[in-house]
Design a binder for this molecule. Sequence first.
Ligand code: NAP
Length: 456
Amino acid sequence: MSNLGSAERQLRVAIVGSGPSAFYAADDLLKQKLNIKVDMFEKLPVPFGLVRYGVAPDHAKIKNVTKVFEKTAEHPNFSFFGNVTVGKNITVFELQKFYDAIIFAYGAESDRHLGIPGEDLVGSYTATEFVAWYNGHPDFQDHHFDFSHEVAVIVGQGNVAMDVARILCKTPDELKKTDISQHTLEVLAESKIKEVHVYGRRGPAQASFTAPEIKEMGELVDCYPVIDPKDLDLNEASLKEIEDAAFAAKKKNVEILRHFTTIAPNNRNRKFFLHFMRSPIEIIGKGRVQKARFEINRLVGEMGKQKVRGTGKFEEIDCGVLFRSVGYLGIPIKGLPFSANAGVVPNQAGRVMDSEEIYSGWYVAGWIKRGASGIIGTNKPCAEETVNSLIEDLDQLNPCEIPDTAQVIKFLKDREVKVVSFADWKKIDAAEIERGTKLGKTREKFARVTGMLSAI
Ligand code: NAP
């Protein structure tokens, strides 16, 4: 029986990643009635992952959750190691020498592919890169988005598609006080986009967006929603679905969409179109995106289990840009088992495993554990399940060789890694808020790592 977590021997846990699941896991660990040290490793100099780089700038309230995370970071047994890439600056096996357990909570930073011709044409972008760009993520600042055309197409009808559509449809005035990057504001101010067409492969009763997000699309200053009322004629199974209590959220979506058919343009210049039952077949263009081709679908099967079937009928739309918004995908870290199809680390209740064995002392939480789904709050119970597994395993964990955080710092220093502490982040934070104040915004992020480091 190990004495890990006791007064004599602190349990040492490394968390890889600093987004919501990482912070919820840290918080849950530090609330245990055990002696636990939590060190969090983040590849950027700044914390909060998808809250900082995924949540849309005009959804400021959602970002308030960082205040809860800051409280966790104040705990005396918590340390932040920013600007450290696990898998590059330190391998998972090297990390293991310093920690009794590791929780991988590094999210899903890549994107799913459609696997159709034309996906790589100029003007065909992923929603993930656009979101990261407008949120000032340093890895995406050299991306170029061409908004010199009037028609934009978005494939996929999740909440990320709604974020992308909203950012394209809002006026600069609606965005200028947010923490959207100043460069993005300047690019969007020149945008010629007049129509945004969002395509879903299933029907209005199956769309993945949630009610508050779709409702907002009917409340924009210079854009109004357009839906063909015929698209809202639901088949029998879909009608049954929306009357079922289990699908209450979908019923709300359909009600909002029905309301959209009554909204008048009121001199608004931009149009937000929703199209249903359309699967992307091809992105067409000579050298760049000029058209997108869809197959018209129908739904077959019983309520709750309906599947799409192509009808053999096709339609095309002329467009200048196309965003593929069909879901985020996790990426592997060397040494960790990985399921490429699902984009997750295989696990049982958060315990990392491959087809044969559980990897003792290794855990996952958040999107890299369960795939890219759910809202920020979904990560709390997910992280708690992982922490529960870790605590249950306490007696079987192998104590690490070097139980000393000072030695981790020395190890990284020897590798010439400039580690950023939470106190350093607070300096970056203050500098960003000050930069924002000068521009009349909540914050102007440093969009380059060098800028972040120079603020320390
Ligand atoms: P998502 O909700 O899974 O939506 C993905 C969309 O892509 C769905 O419409 C899906 O259609 C479609 N799709 C997938 N593969 C496709 C294909 N091959 N061809 C055509 N369409 C395809 O993913 P997401 O929008 O990236 O969002 C990720 C998670 O973050 C979600 O849980 C979302 O709610 C959350 N999020 C929340 C907020 C918020 O709360 N404000 C904001 C952003 C994101 P099917 O439904 O038919 O599969």
